[in-house]
Design a protein around this ligand. Structure first.
Ligand SMILES: [Zn+2]
Ligand SMILES: [Zn+2]
Ligand SMILES: [Zn+2]
Length: 172
């Protein structure tokens, strides 16, 4: 794991603890998954439903361009008021799509904030490709631009590894 991944200066929420080293293992032999106590609404799950094995955020497969393998699946609970039976939503994601999402935090080998990130992503269209699932926001306060990781790269946004923030070309 790259060293910077371990240093995200955010406090981990105790209840959602995932061993990231296991995630890497699981990705290479897809047999089991990570069940999270986080829950999302049915609407969120419908908006982010993807076809095939792709990243839930950017909709792209693993190992293309400068994107790495897909991590997961993370099973998030779906709260469905009409249908009482519980169900889960499988989330796959690129490491970059996860670490540059401000509500997701990786600290001491744990990952948290996935449900929040999904809820945001389901309502956020990308300023470049216009598709849903954008989770990277320009760090300039007056800026309303949101991007997928790949789209932010394409647009020429700057990435600050010290605090995991991104700034668009207009606000550099
Ligand atoms: Zn992605
Ligand atoms: Zn995009
Ligand atoms: Zn901006």
């Amino acid at each position: 794991m790259p060293e910077h991944l371990k240093k995200k200066p955010k406090i981990a929420v105790e209840e959602t603890v995932i061993d990231l080293s296991k995630v890497q293992l699981k990705s290479s032999c897809i047999e089991s998954s990570f069940e999270l106590s986080d829950s999302i609404e049915l609407k969120t799950c419908e908006l982010l439903k993807r076809n095939g094995w792709v990243c839930t955020f950017c909709g792209k497969p693993g190992n293309i361009g400068n994107l790495d393998v897909l991590f997961g699946p993370y099973l998030v609970q779906v709260s469905d008021c009409i249908n009482e039976k519980s169900r889960t939503f499988s989330v796959w994601m690129h490491r970059d799509c996860a670490i540059w999402t401000s509500s997701i935090c990786l600290s001491n080998q744990t990952l948290c904030g996935l449900a929040d990130a999904l809820t945001t992503a389901a309502n956020m269209a990308c300023s470049l490709c216009t598709k849903l699932g954008a989770t990277l926001q320009c760090s300039s306060r007056q800026c309303r631009d949101n991007y997928h990781f790949v789209c932010a790269k394409q647009r020429g946004c700057s990435f600050k590894i010290e605090n995991f923030t991104m700034i668009c070309p207009k606000h550099k």
